[in-house]
Design a protein around this ligand. Structure first.
Ligand SMILES: NC(=O)CCC(=O)C(=O)O
Length: 271
């Protein structure tokens, strides 16, 4: 299967971000992607105070445009994430996944909110305006099952393990690391989750914009179940396109049967 990861600029105007997604899908149509992914909060500048202003209900305008684009281009579209508001006015960081017909087949609400306060480094508090989701998310494709989680979610091995136990052979991660934790943890984290779970992991970031309130690290990447980085971008906007075979997951799991070798009997016991 072919996966295309779009590392796009995030504009102030929501409409411009959605139009840009359409342009990228047109520009990359010759790649004949099966699955297309975009970054975290791709419709909205990554700033806590903006999330309530940009949030929409499921099924509203941004959702409709993404669904229509998935249908038009006949791809699975992991519509990064965008701010979602529910019937009670709670705001979530939500990734919708559409199938080739534009039907929504999955929805993940970021379960771990990104709160950080590093001395002389990154400060951010998603919890100021967001509510956390409370489940893991896996969906079916003709290539096999895939999971989706959002950025900071990947730091928690339990969530990835849940997706893998539900059958995921690839984990899609719309993300936006920053200039403090990006250089320190981005690559090692994606490689660790791929190794722990012997699955593909695809991290798709927004492009870096030094003028933005939150400066994204970029570096969208695709990691194999062996832990190799298949391809990694730099910070600028653009895309990567890679042909992968999810059967490779089975090969690696057969040769080095880590998941089978687990000792569940001792992990939950008292120390
Ligand atoms: N948007 C996020 O969740 C950022 C996560 C991050 O940068 C990290 O270090 O974790």
């Amino acid at each position: 299967m072919k996966i295309v990861q779009l590392q796009m600029h995030v504009y102030e105007e929501k409409e411009k971000n959605l139009a840009q997604l359409g342009e990228y899908l047109k520009r990359t149509a010759h790649e004949q992607a099966d699955i297309v992914t975009v970054g975290e909060m791709f419709t909205c500048p990554y700033q806590t105070e903006k999330f309530p202003l940009y949030a929409e209900r499921e099924g509203e305008k941004s959702w409709k445009i993404c669904s229509e684009l998935a249908r038009m281009y006949g791809v699975y579209l992991c519509a990064g994430s965008m701010p979602e508001v529910d019937e009670n006015g709670k705001i979530y960081n939500t990734a919708y996944v559409f199938d080739r017909k534009g039907e929504q087949i999955a929805k993940h609400r970021k379960a771990h909110l990104f709160d950080i306060d590093i001395e002389n480094g990154q400060y951010f508090k998603e919890s100021e305006t967001l509510t956390a989701g409370d489940s893991s998310t896996v969906f079916e494709t003709e290539f096999g099952k895939m999971g989706v989680c959002i950025c900071f979610d990947l730091r928690f091995p339990e969530l990835s393990r849940m997706m893998v136990e539900q059958g995921a052979k690839m984990i899609l991660v719309p993300a936006a690391f920053n200039m403090t934790t990006g250089p320190a943890h981005w690559e090692i984290l994606f490689r660790s989750r791929a190794l722990d779970n012997q699955c593909f992991v695809a991290g798709t970031s927004s492009a870096r914009d030094r003028e933005a309130g939150y400066v994204a690290w970029g570096h969208s990447l695709l990691v194999s179940p062996w832990g190799d980085i298949i391809e990694e971008m730099e910070e600028k906007e653009g895309y990567i396109s890679n042909e992968i075979n999810l059967d490779y997951v089975e090969k690696i799991r057969k040769e080095l049967p880590l998941l089978k070798a687990r000792r569940q009997d001792i992990y939950s016991g008292e120390v």
